[in-house]
Design a protein around this ligand. Structure first.
Ligand SMILES: CC(C)(COP(=O)(O)OP(=O)(O)OC[C@H]1O[C@@H](n2cnc3c(N)ncnc32)[C@H](O)[C@@H]1OP(=O)(O)O)[C@@H](O)C(=O)NCCC(=O)NCCS
Length: 362
């Protein structure tokens, strides 16, 4: 391979890095099959048909931790770099395994570096990813060099763990920090009350969100958000609370007991369809009926008054949700009218109050 190394050339200038699309799959299979059939750099030993490789392709997405980028030259895919699940157990979700394969006709011309660097940039801006890990079957001087120049640290070598073409191969593992300095990972405290601490959500709250949004009480009163998997929950967090923090510096926050037990969410939302921001809350069924919701909601209204300088706040509630209506009455809010939010089948009650709230006793 060293002899095939060429100097800088026109190939790189004509290369565009982009997310893979379904039409690329056949080319990606071709590129990979070359390394399966003729080299030890992958430990697959049998080439793939396009159909066999479809499930692999479909595990990638244009957002989140698992990405597939291609190097495109004149509309032809000449290589790819990918990040996929490192191991299946959930606590490994913040680590991805990365890899890169080029058409053998274009190796040694800087395409691998450009492609891999683009993948690492994306992973760095993706808050759910913390570590990139890569295994290099030895010998593979181009890949070893590529990883080292892109900031991967060698962490150790498994000796003779793969047997291909009549001999054992070692695998050297590398890892690289791809964590982003994203404040939404911090779970920063927003306010506390006598029994509760209210913090910003972070992506690590995905498991809790999954539970809360599928709690029977939540589904009955606030509807089915269609969040079924941890990936769905991360998506909900990204597009909901985390996007709201970025845009407005407020949103729905997570509510925990003083011992750290997560019990619900509460906070202030800004919906385009409503004139005023509204207070929202939802708690796991087992923590309802203990006064936590009103304690958290009062805290949100105080925050809206003192930190957000709001003079008025709304709330929306389904007319069947007697418990929540009772809470809004206790907060001192008044039923104004019925509203139908865009995309919803039925109308909800709109409640409002001026801020600050009159001082409540006890
Ligand atoms: C590994 C691979 C992706 C590297 O991409 P590439 O475009 O060939 O590499 P680049 O031209 O970007 O060079 C990256 C670095 O490796 C060095 N390099 C490239 N080919 C080399 C070779 N054959 N021997 C030693 N170093 C080599 C380059 O000099 C450069 O380092 P530098 O910046 O310090 O000079 C590519 O060669 C490939 O697809 N190989 C087969 C598949 C593979 O091994 N994938 C990795 C599985 S772990």
């Amino acid at each position: 391979m060293p002899n095939e190394r060429q100097g800088p050339n026109q190939v790189l200038a004509a290369v565009r890095i982009r997310p893979a699309v379904a039409d690329d799959l056949a080319r990606l299979v071709d590129v990979y099959n070359h390394y399966v059939a003729d080299t030890h750099v992958t430990f697959d030993t049998r080439t793939f048909s396009v159909a066999e490789r479809r499930a692999w392709f479909e595990a990638f997405a244009d957002q989140g931790a698992h990405r597939l980028l291609v190097a495109d030259k004149d509309g032809q895919c000449i290589g790819y770099a990918s990040s996929h699940a490192f191991r299946a157990k959930p606590a490994y979700a913040s680590s991805v395994e990365t890899t890169v394969y080029l058409d053998p006709k274009v190796v040694g011309q800087g395409v691998g570096s450009t492609l891999y660097e683009a993948l690492l940039q994306i992973l760095k801006s993706e808050p759910s990813v913390h570590r990139a890990l890569a295994g290099v079957a030895l010998p593979n001087p181009a890949s070893a060099r590529l990883h080292e120049r892109l900031g991967f640290q060698p962490v150790g070598t498994f000796r003779e763990v793969g047997f291909k073409f009549g001999r054992y191969h070692d695998v050297r593992w590398y890892q690289r920090d791809v964590s982003s300095p994203n404040p939404s990972m911090s779970g920063a405290k927003v306010y506390d009350t006598e029994r509760l601490v209210v913090r910003e959500f972070c992506l690590e709250d995905g498991e809790f969100l999954l539970r809360l949004l599928n709690d029977p009480g939540f589904r009955a009163n606030l509807g089915d958000k269609g969040v079924r998997t941890l990936d769905d929950a991360h998506d909900y967090l990204r597009k909901g609370p985390l996007a709201s923090y970025r845009e407005f510096e407020f949103g729905l926050w997570r509510v925990e007991l003083r011992d750290g037990t997560l019990i619900g969410m509460c906070g202030v939302l800004k919906r385009p369809a409503l004139q005023h921001p509204d207070v929202g809350y939802a708690f796991l069924s087992e923590y309802c009926g203990q006064g936590y919701a009103i304690e958290a909601a009062r805290g949100s209204l105080e925050f809206a008054t003192s930190k957000l300088n709001l003079g008025r706040i709304a709330a929306i509630v389904s007319p069947d949700n007697k418990r929540s209506i009772h809470l809004l009455q206790k907060l001192g809010m008044s039923h104004e009218t019925m509203v139908r939010l865009p995309g919803e089948d039925s109308s909800v009650m709109l409640w409002e109050t001026a801020l600050p709230l009159p001082r409540h006793e006890g």
